[in-house]
Each structure stands twice: as structure tokens, then as C-alpha cells.
Design a protein around this ligand. Structure first.
Ligand code: GTP
Ligand code: MG
Length: 376
């Protein structure tokens, strides 16, 4: 599961990527930083619950959940037509499960704002900028959908009813995209498994879940984002789409990326701010992928395990070891919240009956601390 960092050229994607995947950031969480490819990085998901458990146990090893980011080169107008290596960039996005769309909200005359042509700088205009990227994704999708619709129509002629039904809604989808609307806003037929499968197969770019990262200036960070005139435009746009916006200052993030956690705290205090936004962005990205964490704890290791929302106990156990899933008996569960409410005393948890015994149909929740019982 990975997120692609997408946007126009020079909006701060690589700056953000460097900040996110800075070795220190990963190290601070005691996770070996790894670069899979030059533009792909693995990042620890910040989790105060895990930090607290690790502290209580004085654990030998703390292993956070991770999430993967890909730094994709800037798209320009015409990318879907192949401009600026367009097709390759679009291919990179296709391989991602969700998108972090970086929108330039900082004014800086020294950094050209490119939308279409490097020789034709344009002024910062978040709404138009977002449209420019969306347009390329939608055009590329339109081609995929039209191709498939053609194939289905052909198959329908030989009497394939399912293909006929699919061709019909694909035509509607092509219309929808043709109006410049993203695939994610196309009304689906509820319970239509074939349609859901077709969408999965097509992997449309404008169907991928999106978060907006509003890249602010260093001054905005100190003076307050309400002084930034571009930010509300992104917020409004995201509201319409039901997407999230995370304000960040990529430049500052990069500058402080190799500070120790203590130095970071000091820096924030000096700036008079609570957080820089990067942790929020990573956490929101993890949620955007539909991922949650359950926790295991102990002296030897405290760990956050990644599962998809809706995963049942045996499959969650299988993340730890396949034997756990095969020989699953039951799970002893206490929610982190309950443990915290009991002052982190397991004895109090048990006295209050807050440790639950759950069976194979239990749907694991975010922040569950679990001990699995199994027998193989
Ligand atoms: N003033 C200011 N400059 C920034 C900020 N973020 C990035 N920059 C600068 O903008 C320039 C471009 O940043 P990059 O991160 O390389 O942009 P990019 O989106 O990766 O660009 P491409 O890969 O060419 O598409 C660099 O000189 C950055 O230092 C910011 O928040 N404020
Ligand atoms: Mg870049």
C-alpha cells in the first residue's frame, strides 16, 4: 500500500518527500529507514499509543506501523497526451493506492510556477492548479474507460449480457469523465460486485482517494495559516470533494528533518507552534489507505500492526504469524483507551472486566491491544 506525491512542478513535492523520509525521522521511531527505489521511501506512522506502551514496558524494541510514499515528478498540462514524460508519470500514479496532492500555497517570485510550459510562468492559483492536475488524470482515465467500453460493446454483440450491462455504465462513466468530473464522484450501483471488480481492474487515477497537502510559506507557519490567502481556496475545494486538507510547510519540514525529537520540540516552542503538520499528514495518509493499527506489547517488543479496516481477529493474527491464523483459538483484547482510563494498570482493567475474550468473528478495532491464543 503506497501513496503517490503528486502535483504541478516546483510545488514542493520532493521537499516534502525528503522531509517525510528523512533518515532521522524514521530512526527516531527506531525503524530502519529504507529506500526501495530512489523515489520511494518507507516512513514510520506516528503513534503516541505505541510510544506510551514502549515507555511503560521499557521495551527492548519498538516497531511502528509503516507507510510508503512515492515522489512522482511534476505533471504538466498535456501529460495525458505525453507532454513532459507524461505517460510515465501517470504510470507511476497508477501503481499507487492513494494520492497526496501537493498544492502550492506559498508566494515566492524566485521559484517559478509552472502549469504548462517552463518558459511561461503563471501566478499561484490553487483552484486552477488543482484543476490542471485533475484534468490530466481524468483524460488518462477517459482513454482507459473508452477502450474497455469498446471491448464490452463488442462482447455484448455476441450475446454476453454481463458485458452489455457493463458497456452501458461504462458509457455513462465516460460521459461523467468527459464533463471533467473525477471517477471518484461517479455514482456506483450499490451491491454491484461486478462493477466494483471492474473499477478495481481499471485502477482509474481519478478514482484514487486523495488528500491535499497545502504547502505554506515559512511565514504562514509563524503568523498563522489564516493569513494565507490561498489556503481557504484549497479547503473549499476539498470540502466539496469530501477530502481532507493538511497544511504543511515543506521547506521548514526539510530544514528540521534531521533534528532530534528534543531539538524539534525546542524549535516548535521557539516558533510558538504545536506541530509542523508532517505527523498529521502521515497519519492522515495511513487513514486514507483504509488502514488501522492493533498493538501487541511486552518487554521484548511493542509493536503496531497494520490491518485494513474490517479485518477479523484470525486474519489480524495472521499478520503476526500464519500459525496464529491457522490455529486461532481466541483473542484477549483491551482497547488502549480503556487501559489508559485505568491508569495503565492491567489489574484494574481486569477488575473492571474491560479485558474481553473475542472469537473468530471479532472485527479488530484501531488501538486494540491484543494477545492471541492459538494451537497448531
Ligand atoms: N519558499 C518556499 N519554497 C519552497 C517551499 N517548498 C518548496 N520550496 C522550494 O521550491 C523549489 C521546488 O521544490 P521541489 O520540492 O523540488 O518541487 P517539486 O514539486 O518536487 O518539483 P518537480 O519535481 O520539478 O515537479 C525548491 O527550491 C524548494 O526549496 C516552501 O514551503 N516555501
Ligand atoms: Mg520533485
Amino acid at each position: 500500500m503506497k501513496l503517490g506525491i503528486v502535483g504541478l512542478p516546483n510545488v514542493g513535492k520532493s521537499t516534502l518527500f525528503n522531509a517525510i523520509t528523512s533518515a532521522k525521522h524514521a530512526q527516531a521511531a527506531n525503524y530502519p529507514f529504507c529506500t526501495i527505489e530512489p523515489n520511494t521511501g518507507v516512513v514510520a506512522v506516528p503513534d503516541p499509543r505505541l510510544d506510551k506502551l514502549a515507555e511503560i514496558w521499557d521495551t527492548d524494541k519498538k516497531t511502528p506501523a509503516i507507510v510508503e510514499f512515492v515522489d512522482i515528478a511534476g505533471l504538466v498540462k498535456g501529460a495525458s497526451q505525453g507532454a513532459g514524460l507524461g505517460n510515465r508519470f501517470l504510470g507511476n500514479i497508477r501503481n499507487c493506492d492513494a494520492i497526496v496532492h501537493v498544492v502550492r500555497c506559498f508566494d515566492d517570485d524566485n521559484i517559478v510556477h509552472v502549469v504548462e510550459d517552463v518558459n511561461k510562468p503563471e501566478k499561484v492559483d490553487p483552484a486552477a492548479d488543482i484543476d490542471a492536475i485533475d484534468y490530466e488524470l481524468i483524460l488518462s482515465d477517459l482513454e482507459v474507460v473508452q477502450n474497455r467500453a469498446g471491448k464490452m460493446a463488442k462482447a455484448a454483440k455476441t450475446g454476453n449480457k454481463a458485458a452489455g450491462a457493463e458497456a452501458a455504465w461504462l458509457e455513462e462513466l465516460a460521459d461523467h469523465l468527459g464533463q471533467g468530473k473525477s471517477a471518484r464522484t461517479f455514482p456506483r450501483t450499490e451491491g454491484d460486485e461486478a462493477q466494483a471488480a471492474a473499477f478495481r481492474e481499471m485502477g482509474l487515477l481519478s478514482d484514487k482517494p486523495v488528500i491535499y497537502a497545502a504547502n505554506m510559506s515559512e511565514d504562514d507557519l509563524m503568523e498563522g495559516i489564516e493569513h494565507n490567502r490561498h489556503y481557504p481556496v484549497v479547503v473549499e475545494r476539498a470540502r466539496i470533494e469530501g477530502a481532507q486538507v493538511i497544511p504543511i510547510c515543506a521547506k521548514t519540514e526539510e530544514d528540521i528533518a534531521d533534528y532530534t525529537p528534543e531539538e524539534k520540540k525546542e524549535f516548535l516552542a521557539e516558533m510558538g507552534i504545536e506541530a509542523t503538520g508532517l505527523d498529521n499528514l502521515i497519519t492522515a495518509s495511513y487513514e486514507l489507505l483504509g488502514l488501522i493499527s492493533f498493538l501487541t506489547d511486552g518487554k521484548k517488543e511493542c509493536r503496531a500492526w497494520t490491518i485494513r479496516k474490517g479485518t477479523k481477529a484470525p486474519q489480524a493474527a495472521g499478520k503476526i504469524h500464519s500459525d496464529f491464523e491457522r490455529g486461532f483459538i481466541r483473542a484477549q483484547v483491551v482497547s488502549y483507551e480503556d487501559l489508559a482510563a485505568c491508569g495503565f494498570s492491567m489489574q484494574t482493567v481486569k477488575e473492571k472486566g474491560l479485558q474481553r475474550t473475542e472469537g473468530k468473528d471479532y472485527v479488530v478495532r484501531d488501538g486494540d491491544i491484543i494477545e492471541f491464543l492459538f494451537n497448531v
